[in-house]
Write a protein that binds this ligand. Structure first.
Ligand code: MTE
Length: 330
């Protein structure tokens, strides 16, 4: 997803090539990047951030939680479409810390995953820090099939493994004065070249109201496709809020703060006329620059009608009673 002040040479994802032809484009983009980078006097790393990179991936680190997967599926969460092939998901990602294209998988391998400490603070009974491996032992994992709808009008469907955010909130024991949960991603500009770009206020921040966070659908994913999360998908822990546009689902979280004020989020700060806090999926509220009426189904040639709340209205519509005056859908 992009904002208006994105330079004119950046690729608009609303015009993105279907992933079936992406590999061909990737080769072209690599060559174009080298030329543009040379013209701009940019380094190879900077060109990689702008255009994606074909750098070979580092060998994967040993994941001490790998033995926990696959986890038992919660059959209450079913799909109206086939699961998107894992290979599509692994090769088509939004992760601006590592690049502005969808082809950041190899760059994301630079993110070290251990030690990984989650800091829980703000309005809680006791602020604490917990290692990801201890957290996974403390909370019960389950698998859920969810749809995923990006604001760029493409969708996927996938099996997430993780914990309901509600269980995490109960474990964190927020005070009654907390109104929002603020989720913050890692900040490591030394490995994430995107974080050296002044286009965004880093680190990536997102948030939910407490009512949203304790809704049954809100989920902290630590795995997908029966395995620990891949780095490009947001390892070791990310939010999944399937009734909202995908940018709400912050990847690679390092802190969770319970706060009284609505958090200032990365996208709302970068493009306030295009991206808001609530960002609920709605086919009738267009993005200022493109329609939201339909979505491309990744991994197929299909498009489908977009569903209100991405099809999860039964579970979440009630959360917004009394908030009708706010921009709930962008
Ligand atoms: N989280 C971080 N930290 N950085 C990002 O750039 N992109 C968001 C979201 N979470 C993003 C992020 C957007 S725009 C989308 S659509 C989803 O991650 C994409 O998740 P996926 O790559 O697993 O499909």
């Amino acid at each position: 997803m992009l904002i208006k002040r994105t330079p004119s040479w950046a690729i608009r994802e609303s015009e993105a090539t279907p992933e079936a032809v992406a590999l061909g484009r990737r080769r072209f983009v690599g060559a174009a990047a080298a030329g543009v980078a040379a013209a701009l006097g940019a380094s190879k790393a900077e060109a990689g951030w702008l255009f994606g990179s074909d750098e070979p991936a580092a060998p994967p680190e040993k994941d001490p939680t790998a033995g926990l997967y696959p986890v038992k599926r919660n059959e209450a969460y079913a799909l109206d479409r086939p699961v998107t092939p894992e290979s599509v998901n692994l090769g088509y990602n939004n992760f601006y810390e590592f690049g502005t294209t969808k082809y950041i998988a190899s760059a994301a391998q630079k993110l070290p995953l251990r030690p990984w400490t989650l800091r829980v603070g703000g309005l809680v009974e006791t602020p604490r820090e917990v290692g990801i491996d201890d957290l996974l032992k403390a909370l019960p994992l389950e698998e859920r099939l969810y749809r995923h709808r990006c604001v760029e009008a493409w969708g996927m469907a996938l099996p997430w493994s993780g914990v309901p955010l509600k269980s995490f909130v109960e474990w964190a024991k927020p005070l009654g004065s907390a109104k929002y949960v603020k989720l913050t991603a890692f900040l490591k500009p030394e490995v994430a070249s995107g974080q050296r770009s002044p286009l965004f206020e880093w680190p990536y921040v997102e948030g939910l109201s407490i009512a949203e966070a304790t809704n049954e659908l809100a989920f902290l994913a630590t795995g997908a496709y029966g395995k620990p999360l891949s780095k490009q998908m947001g390892a070791p822990i990310r939010l999944v809020a399937p009734w909202k546009y995908g940018f709400k689902s912050v990847k690679s979280i390092v802190s969770v703060d319970f706060v009284e004020e609505m958090p200032r989020t990365l996208w709302a700060a970068a493009g306030p006329s295009e991206y808001g806090f609530w960002a609920n999926v709605n086919p009738r509220v267009d993005h200022p620059r493109w329609s939201q009426a339909r979505e491309r189904v990744l991994g197929t040639d299909e498009t489908r009608p977009t569903l209100l709340f991405n099809g999860y209205g039964e579970q979440v519509a009630g959360l917004y009673k009394g908030l009708e005056g706010q921009k709930l859908y962008m």
